[in-house]
Write a protein that binds this ligand. Structure first.
Ligand code: ATP
Length: 326
């Protein structure tokens, strides 16, 4: 019989739509396999302070369609210290928790890796971040919803851009990843995409915009990935405006809008699949890695590989975006 009987689940780092669906799946799978699920509130901070509650099937009713996370999320400075992690371990032991599921991004997994090396407690991670910046999964939970939100916002900006002969810079989140930018740019038919993985010079951008103006485009949309520097589109827009005055230039920063909203079907299903698998992997004695879906198959990737040298932007997507912007 599996040693694992009492399983904790928490959400950590930046929240992402679909985290609730993942929590629900973990809880329901625990009940299915006759394990006791526990919700750990406010990420590692709540683990340290003992904000832990036993959950049941009804605790996760009516949440699959809701954005945010019912367990709340946090960034915990204290968990980065050995003393903080000792307190976290003591809280888990106090509740008899013998394994847990960590839903978050790369930082969450780095923390989980260190913790599971220091203390003998099995942990499986689920990729919960809108940025799609982890190895070992085609998509992270929340990415599809964020891209859909970005695309529909860009559609709306296009209506006003084309009514006034305007050039719009639309900045999207993604930290150091251009994944949200590229996919939403293709989906909404933007003229250019600026991402950290393949930096574009202002000269190149102006050439694209001039070509659009020559082709009698009444407006132009440029999607800018924040690249870890919120507001960077403002400086880009200023520089372009000084050298290219064909259009009136405006900036829209979508920011945290992309974190909210009801998760798409793709995110709900991904979260459900991964939540069930996480419980099954823990029961089977697996630990120390993240679960993802690659080519429709569940894949286990050790934490250090999931978080290191992430270069998962598909160059084919950039090629398609460039062809379609002529
Ligand atoms: P997102 O990708 O959405 O930002 P994330 O999981 O990467 O999510 P972080 O704030 O980087 O978000 O990490 C979440 C938490 O994990 C941190 O607040 C911290 O408590 C813990 N953590 C991160 N790195 C470490 C580390 N090296 N050692 C211990 N704990 C860590």
């Amino acid at each position: 019989m599996s040693k694992v009987q009492r399983i904790g689940v928490f959400t950590s780092g930046g929240d992402a739509p679909g985290m609730n669906a993942a929590v629900r799946a973990v809880v329901r799978a625990c009940i299915y396999y006759k394990k006791t699920p526990f919700g750990i509130y406010r990420g590692y901070d709540g683990m340290i302070s003992g904000e832990i509650k036993e959950l049941n099937s009804r605790s996760v009713s009516n949440i699959i369609q809701r954005g945010g996370t019912i367990l709340k999320s946090a960034r915990s400075a204290e968990f980065r210290t050995p003393e903080g992690r000792k307190k976290a371990y003591e809280s888990l032991k106090k509740h008899g928790i013998d394994a847990f599921v960590a839903i978050g991004g790369d930082g969450t997994f780095r923390g989980a890796q260190i913790f599971s090396q220091e203390y003998d407690i099995p942990v499986v991670g689920l990729p919960g971040t809108i940025d799609n910046d982890l190895n070992g999964t085609d998509f992270t939970i929340g990415y599809d919803t964020a891209v859909n939100t970005a695309a529909s916002a860009i559609d709306k900006v296009r209506d006003t851009a084309s009514s006034h002969n305007r050039l719009f810079f639309i900045e999207v989140m993604g930290r150091h990843s251009g994944q949200i930018a590229v996919r939403s740019s293709i989906a909404a038919g933007a003229e250019a995409t600026m991402i950290p993985e393949e930096p574009m010079s202002i000269d190149d951008l102006i050439r694209i915009l001039e070509r659009g103006a020559d082709h009698k485009k009444s407006s132009s949309l440029v999607v800018v990935a924040e690249g870890g520097e919120t507001g960077r589109s403002i400086n880009i827009a200023k520089e372009v405006q000084e050298r290219f005055s064909h259009y009136d230039t405006k900036v829209t920063i979508l920011g945290h809008l992309l974190r909210g909203g009801s998760p798409t079907v793709a995110d709900r299903v991904l979260a459900s699949q991964l939540g069930v698998s996480a419980v099954e992997y823990l029961i089977d004695g697996k630990t120390g890695g993240m679960l993802g879906v690659v080519n429709n198959q569940i894949k286990f990737t050790p934490f250090d590989q999931a978080t290191q040298n992430v270069h998962n932007l598909d160059p084919e997507m950039m090629r398609i975006a460039a062809i379609l912007s002529v």
